[in-house]
Design a protein around this ligand. Structure first.
Ligand code: GBH
Length: 447
């Protein structure tokens, strides 16, 4: 309960940096402005039937035109860092640098620095240029090389002021939901044939690390989406299914980065297009390891081409996404403790790069929304991070998804994650009760 829970331990809270996150396509709007070209998400939202409410992310929160307002919200919140993403199609719309697109990120970075907030941009949060998808997208190794060219441009433009970078956001979501089952852009349904997209995204990460190091970056990390996997029962079939799901969802993306090898997942791993030297590049040391964490996943055996299925977690309350989004803060502690045990010294300090929840909320408000359920969720999960600290896991920072209500991909505006409510018709921002709560928490940690 929002008002009855024990207070969080201040000595431990002091050890964390605090941050809030967004992503370019989800907040910027202005899809056709200043020379921006099209990404796979433009194609996805312009295809009827793909997005639940038919929305197109434009104007959405319209952050392209509201830099000052967004930075003021961050400054008042008191965060140390702001995690946003850079739009590849603004920066290199036709494969050549676009000064107007770069100028937007210049303004944002300068305003953040003026406000004493560390910019921690993500290089890639799902908006692949359409022209690259036409050549196979992440199925094509050349996309990783194109990505390296984009990173050079960004690092040249911002590297004098930006030292902290995230490379790729949730490659697992792109592989599984984008290319395997088609719920996200580019909407392909290749099932296990999607796995080369995992390797090529990890390769892109490796190129980025090398380039950013050459530009003086001091804090680099990938951002993986992790979940604690729970078998639906103790039956041999369900245990096997849960093991496989953990390999595909968690370890396929963590092991190569942290250990320099893929997990044993035959016959799929030997089919990966790995060239000599790739794994050395992919596993070059990073300074932090970004973890997005939302919920545990209960997995049962299934018949069919994919031998597992996700099922509801018994006894757990759920978020606005429904039964497959259970709220179990202890599962975050368990995941972090397991990761420490599995990876040992190979695991750099963890940054929780996203954590948050959507609940049914109105499109319009006339004052601060009393989102007590979000406060409970955040308090529970920050408490779970403190428990991980107690257990000796190195956690560096905690990031809320999200600063603002925004375009929630295939769910459009039907799911709202913000600390700040956004009226999508007018762009008007109204901080929710959770914003005031998070602000007070940061203030307490700093007092
Ligand atoms: C993260 O994705 C993303 O990094 C962020 O952009 C996103 O807004 C946030 O989390 C919240 O979703 O049909 O039940 O699968 C996590 C992966 C992909 C999970 C979309 C939810 C759709 C709901 N998300 N998915 S469901």
């Amino acid at each position: 309960p929002a008002h009855g829970a024990p207070p969080l331990d201040r000595a431990l809270l002091r050890r964390l940096g605090f941050s809030a996150a967004t992503a370019a396509f989800q907040i910027e709007g202005a899809r056709a402005e200043d020379g921006r070209s099209r990404s796979i998400w433009d194609d996805f939202v312009d295809t009827p039937g793909r997005v639940r409410d038919g929305s197109t992310a434009d104007p959405g929160p319209d952050s392209y035109h509201r830099v000052a307002e967004d930075v003021a919200l961050l400054a008042h919140l008191g965060v140390d860092q702001y995690r946003f993403s850079l739009s590849w199609v603004r920066v290199l719309p036709e494969g050549r640098p676009n000064p107007q697109g770069l100028a937007y990120y210049d303004r944002l970075v300068d305003r953040l620095l003026d406000a004493g907030i560390t910019p921690t941009p993500t290089l890639y949060h799902w908006d692949l240029p359409s022209r690259l998808e036409a050549d196979g997208g992440w199925l094509n190794r050349a996309t990783a090389e194109r990505f390296a060219q984009y990173v050079e441009v960004v690092a040249d433009a911002l590297g004098d002021r930006v030292r902290h970078w995230y490379t790729i956001n949730e490659p697992v979501s792109t592989t599984l939901q984008g290319y395997a089952i088609g719920e996200l852009a580019p909407g392909r349904t290749l099932l296990f044939d999607a796995l080369p997209t995992a390797h090529h995204q990890l390769l892109a990460h490796g190129y980025a690390v090398r380039i950013l190091r050459g530009h003086g970056a001091t804090r680099i990390g990938i951002v993986n989406n992790h979940t604690q996997v729970l078998p639906a029962s103790r039956s041999e079939e369900d245990l096997q299914a849960a093991y496989l799901y953990d390999l595909v969802h968690n370890r396929m993306f963590a092991d190569p980065v942290l250990l320099g090898r893929y997990p044993d997942l035959e016959p799929y791993v030997s089919a990966l297009p790995v060239h000599d030297g790739d794994l050395a590049l992919i596993s070059a040391p990073c300074d932090v390891y970004g973890v997005n964490y939302y919920n545990p996943t209960t997995v049962a055996a299934a018949a069919g081409p994919v031998p597992f299925e996700v099922v509801p977690t018994p006894g757990a309350p759920v978020t606005g996404f429904g039964p497959l989004w259970p709220i179990v803060p202890e599962a975050l502690t368990a995941f972090l403790v397991d990761a420490k045990e599995r990876y040992g010294e190979a695991l750099p300090p963890v940054v929780i790069a996203e954590n948050g929840a959507s609940f049914p909320e109105p499109d319009q408000v006339d004052g601060p929304l009393d989102d007590a359920d979000r406060i409970d969720y955040l308090r529970g999960h920050i408490g779970a991070v403190l428990d991980a600290l107690r257990a000796g896991v190195r956690v560096d920072a905690y990031t809320v998804w999200s600063l603002l209500d925004n375009f929630e991909w295939a769910d459009g505006y039907t799911q709202r994650f913000g600390l700040v409510h956004v009226d999508m018709a007018t762009g008007r921002r109204t901080p929710k009760a959770s914003y005031a709560w998070f602000r007070a928490l940061i203030e307490e940690a700093r007092s």
